[in-house]
Design a protein around this ligand. Structure first.
Ligand SMILES: Cc1ncc(COP(=O)(O)O)c(C=O)c1O
Length: 383
């Protein structure tokens, strides 16, 4: 087959004229940091998820940081999470002085195996952090029931889950908090950015203080007409607010969510149809409950050859790829600090050396996806 000349990236943000015009109008408005547009973006997220409150941030990591801070997570506390997650979660747990406890995943969906969670709970467990992996929701009924029974907080890692529904409920629409990410590869982007959704007025107040220096009133209220420019600090906080310039992008992307996710779903369909039956590849499988998949990532598992060789071969065809993720228990810091036995995570270990994320972004053409499928068929043919 003929190799393409132009590189097909693993991901590219879908930025159109609507996004550009909205950002430009914000730039021209005279107010570019956190203000009315960030509030509008937050309101849009409440509407999408059904959560009572939404707090915009400059990353999902910031959201995890202030949530763990507001919950007073600290030394001696244990937090259950999959090892197959982004390092940011483990970093935030470690920075709070707490201990991550890794639960194994289901190989087919890459989601935390909710049936194994009970065995991980000790007297020190405070929080469970499931990840809706690649956009497929974790089994929230089981996780929520267990959390209720043991009086634990659930924080959904919904970084992959803008457009994810579990049994009709959007990620972040349960009673507990969730974090979303708007990094450029995500289903919607603000360049960098994040959101917490929650249903708890007291926690919301604490989080808003932690988000912005511990200052009670937002800058846009202090600097508005007749505003009182003085401020006071209730407790020390961080600087994690989302500027309006970026919220402008988020508002426009959110308005296009159906269109963007429909395009991802169509491309995933091309992959599923054309990669089916190739020996040496495992395709993503569905969980056995009702859900809506926003197809944040399309992850295959290469069983027929070494994954690193497969990546090098994809590169020869000018195809980009991603790795979600290097499991946390194999990262240097985590290994040295928490010494996790890999034998306790057999399905994570099985998936870890096989997973690779294929190109998937709304502006990809059908031809691009078909080219990836043809290249993979060629690669797998030649042993
Ligand atoms: C599962 C998961 N959690 C958390 C994050 C952190 O998101 P952010 O980059 O917005 O801090 C990411 C980002 O890639 C992620 O994939």
């Amino acid at each position: 087959m003929k190799k393409r000349k132009e590189f097909l990236p693993f991901s590219r943000p879908a930025i159109g004229n609507d996004e550009i015009n909205k950002v430009v109008s914000c730039l021209q408005s005279g107010w570019i940091t956190t203000g009315a547009l960030s509030k509008e973006f937050e309101d849009g997220f409440c509407t999408l998820t059904g959560a009572k409150q939404a707090i915009s941030l400059n990353s999902a990591t910031a959201g995890m940081h202030i949530l763990l801070s507001a919950l007073h997570i600290g030394p001696g506390d244990e937090i259950i999470t999959p090892s197959l997650t982004f390092a940011s979660t483990i970093n935030m747990i470690a920075l709070r002085g707490a201990t991550p406890v890794f639960a194994d995943i289901d190989y087919d969906t890459l989601n935390i195996n909710a049936d194994l969670l009970a065995g991980k709970i000790t007297g020190k467990t405070k929080v469970i952090i499931p990840v809706h992996f690649a956009g497929v929701p974790a089994d929230m009924d089981k996780i929520n029931a267990l959390a209720r029974k043991h009086n634990l907080v659930v924080i959904e890692d919904a970084a992959h889950a803008v457009g994810t529904y579990y049994k009709g409920v959007h990620a972040g629409g349960f009673v507990h908090p969730a974090i979303f990410s708007f990094h450029p590869i995500k289903n919607i982007t603000t360049g960098e950015g994040g959101m917490i959704t929650l249903n708890d007025t007291d926690l919301e107040r604490k989080l808003r203080l932690l988000r912005f220096h511990g200052i009670e009133r937002d800058a846009w209220k202090r600097y508005g007409k007749g505003g009182d420019p003085s401020y006071d600090i209730a407790e020390p906080g961080f600087k994690y607010n989302l500027p309006d310039m970026m919220a402008a992008l988020g508002i426009t992307q959110l308005a296009r969510l159906q269109e963007l996710n429909a395009r991802r779903t169509a491309l995933a369909g091309i992959y599923l149809r054309n990669l089916a039956g190739i020996s040496g590849l495992d395709l993503p499988k569905k969980p056995n409950y009702d859900f809506v998949h926003p197809w944040h990532l399309f992850i295959i598992k290469v069983t027929g050859r070494k994954r690193e060789k497969f990546m090098a071969e994809l590169a020869e065809y000018n195809i980009g790829y991603g790795l979600h993720f290097s499991p946390a228990h194999r990262l240097k810091y985590v290994k040295e600090k928490y010494a996790v036995n890999p034998d306790s995570l057999p399905e994570t270990e099985r998936a870890a050396d096989r997973i690779i994320s294929l190109p998937l972004f709304p502006d990809m053409r059908d031809d691009d996806a078909l080219y990836v499928c043809d290249a993979i068929k060629e690669i797998m043919k030649h042993g």
